[in-house]
Ligand binder design. Structure first.
Ligand SMILES: *[C@@H]1O[C@H](CO)[C@@H](O)[C@H](O)[C@H]1NC(C)=O
Ligand SMILES: *[C@@H]1O[C@H](CO)[C@@H](O)[C@H](O)[C@H]1NC(C)=O
Ligand SMILES: *[C@@H]1O[C@H](CO)[C@@H](O)[C@H](O)[C@H]1NC(C)=O
Ligand SMILES: *[C@@H]1O[C@H](CO)[C@@H](O)[C@H](O)[C@H]1NC(C)=O
Ligand SMILES: *[C@@H]1O[C@H](CO)[C@@H](O)[C@H](O)[C@H]1NC(C)=O
Ligand SMILES: *[C@@H]1O[C@H](CO)[C@@H](O)[C@H](O)[C@H]1NC(C)=O
Ligand SMILES: CC(=O)N[C@H]1CO[C@H](CO)[C@@H](O)[C@@H]1O
Length: 383
């Protein structure tokens, strides 16, 4: 072996230089951007798989083409468009979006491909859109390649789960944050392929127990979604988490915060089970999704938790940054048993609107906007 070392060293050097290439600045660094494109949300159209695809880009108000910026992609629910998610979370606003490039892509026909029957684009086509979109961002803006993240709600949460499971496209992303995820394809017996490029994959997830669209304990009808504990267990296994050492704390009295230690990396997987919350974006302030579904603010400020979580992970040194938790109790976490028990309860019999008809089905799993909310978005979002 020692005799092989001199032969292997050039190989190591080659690998090291290939990896170092990733540290090179993106082609967009140094490229000037019109001042009218800074601090505002602009719609971009690119061609992907011979189809025109659109997304909204918001450069921070202090954008400097010589400086590398983290990128946060935010995925809307269905049926929807990118600016719905932008308006609901306000991730692009200075309060959350300063120092970051935020991007809100549009699904084709308002629905992200999660492998759901004939309702959606093929998963591969939407994944290809992600690579093409990232190429566009890197070519035009100064992107920090180590700090690309994805968050999303409902069908958008289901799609970022697909990204995380894809060994190629997923490798661009440092961490994921789905809320009220419609993880279609990952229900029992329907387990879609999931081959993350590396483990553990950092994931922070949120889901309300009063979500009747994508129930916490799953749906078993024509649009099946997994019980969230089942989905979490799948990731805990893939991420090589210690299944017997999940830290559970009560978070601000009405949410449960679960923290896993995965392959020695503490906190790389986290989950907020929010008691009483519906199919909405968790915020301590009223937002559009809450108003739209008659919900009140919750004790969880997802934006802050997500940004703090994202800050801890980078594509290349995943697991290097630590995470300390003020854990108080230790349990076995949201278990499969709990899921099975509750599935037979009220959650399982809740039939989401229109589960049976083709038209209705397009609305299921989705994040719906009332006319009022859309008008409010149109009036308010870009100031
Ligand atoms: C894409 O948009 C361009 C410009 O609007 C248009 O000419 C072209 O036909 C579109 N392509 C497709 C496949 O729709
Ligand atoms: C999709 O599936 C539904 C129900 O299976 C069917 O009624 C509808 O015609 C299909 N649509 C397309 C475009 O294939
Ligand atoms: C859901 O469907 C699966 C697969 O058919 C079945 O094993 C399970 O018992 C069903 N669960 C409920 C609550 O109906
Ligand atoms: C459980 O995990 C915590 C941190 O997540 C760690 O400090 C502790 O040593 C672990 N306990 C066991 C028994 O592995
Ligand atoms: C959540 O659902 C339960 C059971 O249906 C109900 O009693 C409770 O009032 C709901 N909570 C909220 C905050 O809507
Ligand atoms: C929730 O808890 C965090 C930290 O424990 C605290 O900073 C925050 O103010 C609390 N929020 C509410 C709404 O209680
Ligand atoms: C309309 C509105 O007030 N939306 C708020 C929803 O909550 C986020 C934080 O999570 C705020 O930034 C938004 O302003």
């Amino acid at each position: 072996m020692t005799r092989l070392l001199p032969l292997l060293l050039p190989l190591f050097a080659f690998i090291a230089s290939a990896v170092a290439d990733d540290d090179d600045k993106s082609a967009g660094c140094g490229k000037s951007v019109a001042s009218t494109s800074i601090g505002v949300t602009k719609k971009v159209t690119i061609s992907s798989s011979n189809t025109n695809r659109t997304f909204y880009v918001h450069l921070p108000r202090d954008y400097d083409a010589e400086e590398e910026y983290p990128v946060i992609l935010g995925f809307h629910g269905a049926p929807g468009i990118g600016i719905h998610f932008e308006a609901d979370t306000m991730f692009s606003a200075p309060r959350w979006g300063d120092g970051k490039i935020t991007v809100f892509p549009d699904a084709l026909g308002g629905v992200w491909a999660t492998g759901l029957g004939n309702m959606t684009t093929p998963v591969e086509q939407d994944l290809k859109f992600m690579s093409d979109l990232l190429d566009y961002l890197r070519d035009n803006y100064c992107v920090d390649n180590e700090k690309i993240y994805a968050t999303g709600i409902s069908n958008g949460g289901g799609f970022i789960n697909r990204i995380a499971c894809d060994p190629t496209v997923g490798a661009n992303f440092a961490a994921f944050a789905p809320d009220a995820g419609a993880f279609t394809g990952f229900e029992r017996g329907g387990d879609a392929p999931c081959n993350p490029y590396k483990t553990p994959i950092p994931i922070i997830s949120f889901h309300g127990t009063n979500d009747t669209t994508i129930p916490y304990y799953g749906r078993n009808d024509s649009i099946p979604t997994p019980p969230i504990p089942y989905w979490l267990q799948g990731w805990a296994e893939r991420n090589k988490c210690d299944l017997n050492n999940v830290t559970q704390t009560v978070y601000n009295s009405s949410a449960e915060h679960y923290v896993w230690n995965c392959d020695g990396v503490d906190g790389v997987m986290q989950h907020f089970k929010i008691n009483g919350m519906g199919h909405v974006w968790p915020s301590t302030e009223p937002n559009f999704s809450q108003l739209n579904s008659g919900d009140k603010p919750t004790v969880v400020q997802a934006n802050q938790l997500i940004l703090d979580f994202f800050d801890r992970w980078e594509v290349e040194d995943r697991g290097v940054s630590g995470w300390t938790t003020t854990a108080s109790t230790t349990t076995t976490g949201p278990s499969e048993t709990a899921a099975t028990t509750t599935e037979t309860g009220p959650a399982a019999t809740t039939s989401a609107a229109g589960g049976g008809s083709a038209a209705g089905r397009v609305e299921v799993g989705m994040y719906r906007w009332s006319l009022g909310a859309i008008i409010a978005v149109a009036l308010s979002a870009w100031i």
